[in-house]
Design a protein around this ligand. Structure first.
Ligand code: F6P
Length: 328
């Protein structure tokens, strides 16, 4: 597409926050300044766009944000932006500031918003994959996933200490909505006895057999990682079922929850966010619209937003095979 003459770019973060979002905002804004553009912060995602919570950014706004978790632009899940009336208000507000392009940092819902907006109003937009869930195609990893896995592993290590002291069986529930990527990485990285993910159904009998085998092998602690949203149920539901089969086990359940969404981004997430933030602004200047900038095999790749959100990112069977070998 022939590039438009973009002068003012609005940046927003939307949906569930993820560590590294600040680094991505900072990189996009710095890149914008480098190319002589005006940069605007749209606060609280699409909600702020509808309510005209939009401010011109200067370099002070992005000082000391790279290393901080969360998003200084704040985030929200906007119901109103799903309606044509909401999007019209948002468009009018953007026009009142003269904003002629957008960088949208978020997960699939946020990128869907950017796509719809481009279709309806022709506002050039580039999405950046900002979610701990890693459930977007068009990038090997999403911004925040690595930090979330490290946070989960650190927490599970602590649970391991107490589990071993008491010979207990723990069920630890991790986030991921309906994707098992955090569960698989955190599970392999913390020597889990089993990993239950939404993408694969694990019959309770299979899990029980595995735990029995480990008991025979005199394992002093067992930690089962359960991804939220799994077909086999929540960590508590699975624990209750297992208890019926193995009444002699002292069972505890821990839900890691939003702990996984906070914290300073890892070096990996800082680097990924920084490279993608620059790629977003450069992509817009080159006329790449309605696409998501991602990193595949260490190279920047622009994928149509529709493809990034519709193509399900598959869990790697090789990871599951390795997890199985290491837990027997
Ligand atoms: O998409 C990120 C995520 O943290 C999911 O893993 C989780 O299911 C969801 O957001 C929780 O959303 P909320 O913070 O709105 O409860």
């Amino acid at each position: 597409m022939e590039p438009k003459n973009i002068k003012k770019i609005g940046v927003l973060t939307s949906g569930g926050d993820s560590p590294g979002m600040n680094a991505a905002i900072r990189a996009a804004v710095r890149a914008g300044f480098y190319y002589g553009l005006e940069m605007y912060g749209i606060y609280r995602g699409y909600e702020g766009m509808i309510q005209n919570d939009i401010k011109k950014l200067d370099s002070k706004n992005i000082t000391h944000v790279l290393e901080r978790g969360g998003t200084f632009l704040k985030s929200a899940r906007s119901e109103e932006f799903r309606t044509p009336e909401g999007r019209k208000k948002a468009y009018d507000n953007l026009m009142s500031h003269g904003i002629d392009a957008l960088v949208v940092i978020g997960g699939d819902g946020s990128l869907t918003g950017a796509h719809l907006f481009y279709q309806e109003y022709g506002i050039p937009a580039i999405g950046l994959p900002g979610t701990i869930d890693n459930d977007l195609s068009g990038t090997d990893l999403t911004i925040g996933f690595d930090t979330a896995c490290n946070t989960a592993i650190e927490a599970i290590d602590k649970i391991r200490d107490t589990a071993t002291s008491h010979d207990r069986l723990f069920f630890v529930e991790v986030m991921g909505r309906d994707a098992g990527f955090i569960a698989i990485n955190a599970g392999i990285g913390s020597a889990a006895a089993a990993i239950l993910i939404p993408e694969r159904k694990t019959p309770i009998e299979t899990l029980v057999e595995k735990l029995k085998t480990r008991t025979k092998a005199k394992k002093s602690s067992n930690i089962v990682i359960v991804a939220e949203g799994g077909k086999s149920g929540s960590a508590q539901e699975i624990a209750d079922k297992v208890k019926k089969h193995l009444p002699y086990y002292d069972i505890k359940v821990t839900i890691l929850g939003h702990l996984q969404r906070g914290g300073a981004p890892t070096s990996f997430d800082r680097l990924l966010a920084s490279k993608l933030g620059v790629a977003a602004v450069e992509g817009l200047m080159q006329g790449k619209y309605d696409v998501m900038a991602g990193m595949i095999n260490n190279k920047i790749v622009y994928t149509p937003i529709v493809k990034a959100i519709v193509d399900d990112k598959e869990v790697d069977d090789e990871d599951l095979r390795v997890a199985n070998i290491l837990s027997t």
